[in-house]
Design a binder for this molecule. Structure first.
Ligand code: AR6
Length: 174
């Protein structure tokens, strides 16, 4: 049974097979976790991102981790929150789904996600955490991933994930 855990800290320090970036459609860097990942990975990361020619919202693309301890970075583009009536939930779920597909393609056993879209993009944190956990649980088995870290940058996010992860696991609807 794969493990889903919440941890507090900086995703750039983790020695996992892949970390996920909360990027924008240009994939050319930004602030928040994106800025931290680019600083830690070094300029080779930006050069690799340039070759990807951007990424649609709800999708993700992979690069090596370069100077990061993680082997791969999956650059996911979450939706900007516009009140919930603009397919934000589906687009956010799409990011997590696509990252698990990339994990399978890159033989990733351990993976770390930040709370995509909950910073600059203003997605409500609790709603985002529920989508993150439900989507990962749904797609985990097919991905081959054994350990998923939900990396929380502050105590509020950490408490949210702890509560949701310790709650009852919903019965899958197939
Ligand atoms: N490790 C883990 N989580 C972090 C870190 C870190 N080092 N730094 C921030 N967070 P955000 P978004 C958390 O704003 O909302 C960028 O400019 C942060 O507390 O990084 O998806 C991109 O280029 C929050 O919980 O991403 C895009 O333009 C979460 O990561 C835009 O921001 C996401 O916050 C994307 O916005």
């Amino acid at each position: 049974m794969a493990n889903l855990i919440a941890i507090r800290g900086d995703i750039t320090t983790l020695s996992v097979d892949a970390i996920v970036n909360a990027a924008n459609t240009s994939l050319l860097g930004g602030g928040g976790v994106d800025g931290a990942i680019h600083r830690a990975a070094g300029p080779e990361l930006l050069a690799a991102c340039r070759t990807l020619h951007g990424c649609a919202t709800g999708n993700a693309k992979a690069t090596p981790g370069f100077r990061l301890p993680a082997k791969w970075v999956f650059h996911a583009v979450g939706p900007v929150w516009h009140g919930g009536g603009h397919h934000e939930d589906e687009l956010l779920a799409g990011c997590y789904r696509r990252c698990l597909e990339l994990a399978r393609e890159h033989q990733t056993r351990s993976l770390a996600f930040p709370a995509i879209s909950t910073g600059v993009y203003r997605f409500p944190p609790q709603r985002a955490a529920r989508i993150a956990i439900d989507t990962v649980r749904e797609r985990l088995e097919a991905s081959g991933v054994e350990l998923v870290n939900f990396v929380c940058f502050n105590q509020e996010t950490f408490s949210l994930y702890e509560d949701l992860l310790s709650g009852p696991v919903p019965v899958p609807t197939v």
